[in-house]
Design a binder for this molecule. Structure first.
Ligand SMILES: *Cc1c(COP(=O)(O)O)cnc(C)c1O
Length: 350
């Protein structure tokens, strides 16, 4: 209301305040807020110097925006298989690609569903092969590895504030970095490549965040830790009651070094996923497959001939995963109904 009453609703001091507070929360030096997670990815890659012909190693099992951002820059995504138990990109497969492929400029990791990937090992690989590490943290606000938050490991980290994420600004995104030059480039590109008034030095865009969105973000940021605590406690209940059911695999956390923030609670349904989805739907329980098809298997990628590799683990995963409710608005009776419904289904199938 303060922003609306001020009459100054475009990008202004709320955006600045939000950038500083969010960067501080994650543990990065600079934050540049933009219009979405997708535009954050696009500008982060451009600011890191990704351009025509550059290869970027990334995961085939993510939302399309991850790999599309490489295409926006004229680069080539090189897809790498994932780990069976965490759904995240697999370190040894990245190493194999770094050995095989020429012209790799960056590794773009995703901390999928709110769990950090093997970020320490992957950061070491990036150093060893002298390539950039960029983090897509669109699903990982507050996620951490050994107490260090997702988005603070790579050259740049991006977040989305779309309403389905762990916090929102309606639409919005941010690029975090410790590198002043990257920060400057992102802010230049975000606003028509305009360092001074009506002086345009590079081909920029209008990817700005508004003060209205930033004000929502400031309110949400104050609640983020509570949102995460609810998600974790809901996940804990689901783990306890679904963990021993036949035919169901609950989310796996490699060790206590990983702080999972459960943007999604994603199980593997080993038999008849369609049947489980039907049963949940009949009982009024929301559920969704993230993601039913691998990015390289999408028509756009097929058509462009980008589907070169083999990703057997990712392909199997896409056939088994199912995300069920874990959001902070769930009540105890909702959680009970979820586990009872899945429990009955699992008995029928066993
Ligand atoms: C949501 C999401 C994005 C895109 O963010 P938008 O704000 O919707 O543009 C990118 N990557 C991943 C992994 C996402 O989940």
């Amino acid at each position: 209301m303060e922003v609306l009453d001020s009459g100054i609703i475009a990008s202004g001091k709320k955006v600045k305040e939000f950038e500083e507070k969010f960067a501080q929360y994650v543990g990065s030096r600079y934050g540049t807020a933009v219009s979405s997670g997708t535009t954050a990815l696009h500008l982060a890659l451009l600011a890191c110097g990704i351009g025509p012909g550059d290869k970027v190693i990334t995961t085939p099992f993510s939302f399309i925006a991850t790999a599309n951002s490489v295409l926006y820059c004229g680069g080539e995504p090189v897809f790498c298989d994932i780990e069976e138990d965490t759904f995240n990109i697999k370190t040894e497969s990245i190493r194999a690609l770094l050995e095989k492929e020429k012209g790799v400029k960056a590794i773009l990791v995703v901390h999928l569903f709110g769990l950090c990937c093997a970020i320490e090992e992957i950061a070491a690989l990036a150093r060893e092969y002298n390539v950039l590490l960029i983090e897509d943290c669109a699903q990982a606000h507050g996620a951490a590895y050994k107490g260090k938050r997702a988005g603070s490991f790579g050259k740049a980290g991006i977040f989305s504030f779309y309403p389905t994420k762990n916090m929102t600004t309606s639409e919005g995104g941010i690029v975090l970095t410790d590198d002043e030059k990257v920060c400057e480039k992102v802010s230049l590109l975000r606003n028509h490549g305009m360092p001074g008034e009506y002086e345009h030095t590079v081909l920029g865009y209008n990817f700005r965040m508004t003060d209205v969105a930033a004000a929502i973000g400031l309110g949400q940021l104050e609640k983020l830790d509570d949102f995460i605590a609810s998600r974790r406690s809901n996940a804990c209940f689901l783990d306890e009651h679904l963990g021993k059911l036949p035919g169901i695999k609950i989310p796996h956390i490699p060790s206590s070094d990983y702080y999972h923030v459960y943007n999604q609670y994603t199980i593997r349904a080993l038999h008849d996923r369609e049947g489980l989805m039907r049963t949940l739907k009949e009982n009024g329980i929301g559920n969704k497959i993230f993601y039913p098809a691998l990015i390289p298997h999408q028509p756009l990628y097929k058509e462009r001939g980008i589907d070169k590799g083999e990703y057997p683990v990712a392909a199997k995963t896409a056939k088994e995963v199912l995300s069920i409710p874990v959001h902070p608005a769930l009540k105890e009776e909702d959680l009970k109904r979820i586990v009872e419904t899945i429990g009955e289904y699992s008995k029928l199938k066993a």
